[in-house]
Design a protein around this ligand. Structure first.
Ligand SMILES: Cc1ncc(COP(=O)(O)O)c(C=O)c1O
Length: 431
């Protein structure tokens, strides 16, 4: 199995976090997102322990909200003493409503509106991650207006091609995010922000991409960012307190992908940082990272009910399910790989090759192409594994399909974290 929270019981049913998935599907209906609370907490603690072991005091990981934003997630983050990042007023509102201490929150985004900036300040967001010259000016003005000094990092583009999918690779110089070092834009941004009386610059941020299994791209990013920190110290007499390396450690979606040894990788990054700081004669900054998928992805699984099994002789087979791109758009967007299992007969021989198709009126509504599973029958339960990240958070109401419920599985039992959308919910904003 690709993750240790997946097993098969005596009834030949797939189990997740020790819970029979067929029973969960009967109890809550499908499509259904299941989340393994212990796995989320385990990953948070893997990050926290590695940070404590390898990085200077004050270093801390942040959970990237974009991967999964719901009140219960923020309660878990608060409970575990985890920082968070957010990218919208919606995520700020959700976290605040859950009782999250917003002073531990970092606000991202390449186009924060004046409304967003005011909302974030009014709600006590700890840090802005500033992304443009306009934002420097707007945050300074708004903070002045509200009589505060706003803490901030500058988002810097180190200019690295991590060879990940184009749409999710954001460290390149021509990215829409950040201030590029290569063009001198980053120097100018530091100059501009240091002139602002109502912004306190705390350091720099970068994000080089996602689904990275090796430490090398992070080490390269550190190299460039620490050179930049030393250069800014020499030229502008400013010492960065925090270096945030963004998100990005990879997750095993399929058996052919590696399993990440987080402690080892963070240890390698830390060793490279220490050596580089030594060479440059600068203090090691506090290190932050903002993992999303490596906290929640393998803590999630989606259950569907099989509808039709269509065999197009000589061509291909389709298994159609009662969800699809509305609850998981990632194959349609990025051709992301997933592992699919027949939850109702988990250990039966996988001898039927089929494409798993969603229910939307869209031929691109595919969950996965050509997977091999036992041939399913109508009303059997199909599971798509490792769906905890960027599934619920990217879900839509396309075709007016209702979003599934999120059920949390914990040692205290199963409980609803997000209710299933109703038909009334779907029409609730229509006038
Ligand atoms: C700025 C930033 N931080 C963090 C993340 C989280 O990345 P991941 O979920 O791959 O860890 C992303 C993802 O796109 C991002 O853009």
């Amino acid at each position: 199995m690709i993750c240790d929270n997946i097993t098969v019981n005596k009834q030949n049913h797939l189990c997740f976090a020790g819970f029979d998935t067929v029973e969960m599907a009967q109890k809550y209906g499908t499509p259904l997102y299941l989340m393994d609370e212990a796995k989320i907490r385990q990953h948070i603690n893997e990050y926290k322990n590695a940070f404590k072991k390898y990085f200077p005091v004050g270093s801390a990981p942040e959970f990237a909200s974009k991967s999964f934003s719901a009140k219960q997630i923020y309660r878990i983050m608060q409970d575990e003493g985890m920082n968070i990042d957010v990218v919208s007023v919606g995520e700020i509102y959700t976290a605040k409503s859950a009782g999250f201490d917003m002073s531990h929150c970092f606000f991202h985004g390449n186009n924060k509106t004046d409304y967003d900036i005011a909302f974030a300040i009014d709600n006590g967001v700890g840090y802005f991650v500033i992304d443009s010259f306009e934002e420097i000016e707007a945050v300074n003005l708004m903070a002045k207006d509200k009589g505060i000094v706003q803490k901030a990092l500058l988002r810097i583009t180190p200019g690295i091609d991590t060879h990940t999918h184009q749409k999710i690779s954001t460290g390149n110089v021509d990215s829409k995010f950040g201030f590029a070092i290569a063009t001198g834009m980053a120097d100018e941004a530091v100059q501009a922000v240091l002139k602002c009386e109502n912004i306190s610059l705390c350091g720099f941020h970068c994000h080089i991409g996602s689904q990275i299994f090796e430490s090398d791209p992070f080490i390269l990013a550190c190299d460039l960012m620490l050179d930049f920190i030393a250069h800014i110290k020499a030229t502008q007499n400013y010492t960065a307190d925090i270096l945030n390396l963004g998100g990005g450690f990879g997750v095993k979606y399929t058996n052919d992908q590696p399993t990440l040894n987080l402690d080892e990788k963070i240890g390698e990054v830390a060793a490279a940082i220490n050596q580089k700081c030594d060479e440059l004669g600068i203090d090691v900054p506090k290190i932050a990272m903002e993992p999303g998928r490596s906290i929640v992805a393998d803590a999630g699984m989606t259950l569907y009910t099989v509808g039709s099994v269509k065999e197009i002789k000589g061509y291909k087979n389709y298994v159609s399910i009662d969800g699809g791109m509305t609850d998981n758009p990632r194959f349609a967007l990025y051709e992301s790989p997933y592992t699919v299992m027949l939850a109702s007969r988990a250990n039966d021989t996988p001898d039927f090759k089929a494409t798993i198709a969603g229910r939307c009126c869209e031929s691109g509504d595919i969950i996965q192409n050509d997977v091999t599973i036992p041939k399913p029958q109508r009303n059997e339960i199909l599971a798509v594994l490792t769906t905890g990240a960027y599934n619920y958070s990217m879900a839509s109401n396309y075709n007016r399909v209702a979003r599934p419920a999120v059920v949390m599985l914990s040692d205290k039992g199963d409980y609803i974290a997000v209710k299933r959308e109703t038909l009334e919910d779907i029409c609730s904003l229509d006038v």
